[in-house]
Design a protein around this ligand. Structure first.
Ligand code: NDP
Length: 253
């Protein structure tokens, strides 16, 4: 069948759960072969098996991308396996909410190391391959999608460093967009509001309860809702560039 992403290869970081897993399934359904990058092998194998069952193509690439060598190897393994890279979804991220007074410097470091440093390493390795893919693919375009957050637009107490990483990612995206425009590589940012995923499991019980209370019982987004946004962006004709998508839960403030 004639799927929009037939022949394209995608790499999704943080593909073992939540938004990344849903995005991998979505891109596979659109015809892409997908490299699934994260640390938990068993969970990646499960996502790969789901995709295979639906007739798609996926490979599990186990990597802790906060290790620069592993970040580089994850991109390299994808190229070894599928021979090209058309779509990079920088999705892996962590949110540790707390006040500056009560958090530890290690928690701040963990967010910087994954949400920023790891993302930069993967991106730096991938960019030349995206440019090459754009020039050789029948789609005549390649895509880099960064998963930021509504917290990158609006800062609130307890999310100082998380917001720092995500608002910085918005700026990084816009700069890269301008750099790569002439190369046929579209660079986009998706900014989800509250999504029901394991992201919240890393919080202490009290912080999680407080965060839940702020959300005041509203129905959160599902990972598939964000995957839909990403699927929309990367399946546009080459004349269309969706630079930015802010997708909040309908009842969210
Ligand atoms: P999850 O916790 O479900 O997903 C995070 C993913 O990142 C997992 O697949 C995890 O896999 C992976 N990951 C974590 N550390 C590493 C690492 N060192 N190397 C490689 N992969 C790693 O949460 P979400 O799906 O919610 O999060 C995805 C993105 O969406 C994040 O960037 C988050 O900031 C963003 N976001 C989420 C929102 C929400 O409300 N859920 C709202 C706005 C933005 P593993 O543990 O197997 O390595």
């Amino acid at each position: 069948p004639d799927h929009p992403l037939n022949g394209a290869v995608a790499l999704v970081t943080g593909a073992s759960s939540g938004i990344g897993a849903a995005t991998a399934r979505r891109l596979a359904r659109e015809g892409a072969a997908v490299a699934l990058v994260a640390r938990r092998r068993d969970r990646l194998d499960q996502v790969a098996a789901d995709i295979a069952k639906l007739g798609g193509r996926a490979v599990a690439v186990t990597a802790d991308i906060t290790d620069p060598e592993c970040a580089d190897a994850a991109v390299q393994n994808t190229l070894d396996w599928y021979g090209r890279l058309d779509i990079l979804v920088n999705n892996a991220g962590i949110m540790l909410l707390d006040t500056a007074l009560h958090t530890t410097i290690e928690e701040w470091d963990r967010m910087i190391s994954l949400n920023v440093a790891a993302l930069l390493h993967v991106t730096h390795t991938a960019v030349p391959h995206l440019i090459y893919a754009a020039s050789t693919s029948p789609r005549q375009v390649a895509d880099l999608v960064n998963v930021s957050s509504a917290a990158g637009r609006v800062a609130r107490p307890e999310s100082s460093v998380y917001s720092l990483t995500k608002s910085g990612l918005n700026a990084f995206t816009e700069s890269l967009r301008q750099e790569l425009r002439g190369e046929g590589v579209r660079v986009s940012v998706v900014q989800p509001g509250a999504v029901d995923t394991e992201l919240w499991d890393h919080l202490s019980d009290t912080t999680r309860d407080a965060a839940r209370q702020r959300l005041n019982g509203i129905e959160a987004l599902r990972p598939e809702d964000v995957a839909d946004a990403i699927g929309y962006i990367v399946t546009r004709d080459r004349r269309v560039a969706v630079n930015e998508m802010l997708v909040r839960a309908a009842d969210q403030n």
